[in-house]
Unconditional design. Sequence first.
Lengths: 325, 339
Amino acid sequence: MRVIQFREALREAMSEEMRRDKNVFLMGEEVAEYNGAYKVSQGMLDEFGPERVYDTPIAELGFAGLGVGAAMNGLKPIIEFMTFNFSLVAIDQIVNSAAKMLSMSGGAYSVPIVFRGPTGNAGQLGATHSSNFENWFANTPGLKVIVPSNPYDAKGLMKAAIRDPDPVIFMESELMYSDKGEVPEGEYLLPIGVADVKRKGKDVTIISFGKMMKVVFEAADELAKEGIEAEIIDLRTVRPIDYATCLESVKKTNRCVVVEEANPIAGLSSELAYHIQRNAFDYLDAPVIRVNSMDIPLSYSPTYIEATLPNVKRTIDAVKKVMYK
Amino acid sequence: MAKKSTAPKAKVKYSEETYAFWYESMLLMRKFEEKAGQLYGQQKIRGFCHLYIGQEACAAGAITALDKDDKWITAYRDHAHPLGLGTDPGAVMAELYGKATGTTKGKGGSMHIFDKERGFMGGHGIVGAQVPMGLGIGFAEKYRGTKNLCICHMGDGAVRQGAVHEALNLAMLYKTPVIFVIENNGYAMGTSVERTSNVTELYTIGEAYDMPSFPVDGMNVEAIHEAVAEAADRARRGDGPTLLEFRTYRYKGHSMSDPQKYRTREEVEEYKQRDPIEQVKQTILDNKILTEEKLAEIDKRVKQQVDDSVKFAEESPWPDGEKAFEDVYMQEDYPFVME
Ligand SMILES: Cc1ncc(C[n+]2csc(CCOP(=O)(O)OP(=O)(O)O)c2C)c(N)n1
Ligand SMILES: [Mg+2]
């Protein structure tokens, strides 16, 4: 099968949907003439022109709100945040306007919009450029939140997000844009809210999503050398969460580790641990353990980063703990 | 710094010391940044690194116009202001490396230089965020009854953030002692000022709030000093804020990974013809403020300082990873969640 980059998969998804539906447009900082800060939208201005691909000033609150209003009035905006760190400037429009509009208006106004961009750390960028917001937005009723881990999932889910009638947060990573993966030529969509069992195993279930999947695969490879077979679940969507797939796996393996890049308190890992103990208590042979960033901001120096982020070693340690090894 | 001159110079406006300071501090900023650029290429410096080359007058001219207890805040293009204020170049370089001896112990990196001793209240990473903070810093000075002010630098791109407009309005409403400075270097990343608004005379945004607002030649350190001194008088008199637009230029890319397709070589060359350091050097020589020999001494001293800063950074230890838990809260025994 054809192999393309993560950024190309996203670009194909957006371009295909823009060809299909003229109400879809792309707006964000540096998306048009500069071809995207991370080259996701490369060539899109050339193909679709300035009436459909818009560069904005640095005014996140303004253009996020523009997107919400346009979505209420018949359009299907794709709003790019250069990174989700900058969505904080716009979070009022996402949480108070986009997420609540349908309910507030008694079903009168839906907001079919996609807010997309990178989330989480991307190396030594310091505290203000390294936060994870998957759990923040997943905490907000009215939103759907997608965090893919590979080009194939990214393309299918991006197409689904653009066609979805509700507001969707779509989260990527600077550290994944150059990742390559198999993506078929033809059109396909993937369902929002369905997890994917990326690897079968019988000893322990490891649940994760987004770029932490790389850490999980690496840890699982190491564990395999010691004869421990991990079943790996990629959530792909963190709102809604596919609890059923997680529970089914845990009922089989009886042990579970959740790996999440965000800080620990009120994270998705805590949410999963709750659901698993609530619905599979009798199946568990050990408490569920979460592996998150430490409970602190991410600082610049590599030694702080090493001490803060989830990594392969911490994942392996957690698996061994739930296996009492 | 050079010695005091005995005979007053007829044609020049400022003291020999001031000219010498401008030359030396701007040269230090320039050479330090050139070195930082090289070190970035060698991956000694990581992450985002935004150089100030071309914009030196915007910091140096303001420094001589202000007092030692005044406060400073700016965005992520923040190595030069503290260097001009007297922060040890070794500590700044060590910060760019991420070493334990850096200005924030390797916590902040390039975008977050701080120096409390010199009133330099940071380098900030979210475009526009420092502007309401600068307002608050000035507010606190007035509240406490001091005569100090805050000077708050921002880029031309930042001017389009809503928070900036809210801050300008509040500053006028509360007659806050703040000097808002737009360092208009023509571009926000790859976006020219003309592509961000119909209002391209950036200083005029202050006029919407009746704020005294002026454009200034940002390549000319004397012009900057003059404008900032006047704004400082206004603030200290209790007459509130001023908005200054320094028209300047960055010679290098936005950060280290910028192919710069959005501008021409000729445009960059044109600005280099008005280089702030060359200009002040010319003034110094034309008016015999300092001799060629004196300038050569300064050049040598600056080179030494930059070399020393690299040596210091190289030889400094990495921070202990566990110290990542320090300085998160003032409370010393804060109970972090550990698993
Ligand atoms: C809220 C926010 N949006 C986007 C960014 C990404 N970004 C960093 S610098 C920059 C351009 C800023 O340009 P300008 O204000 O002119 O300052 P300059 O870099 O020219 O000094 C952008 C878009 C950011 N850091 N914060
Ligand atoms: Mg600029």
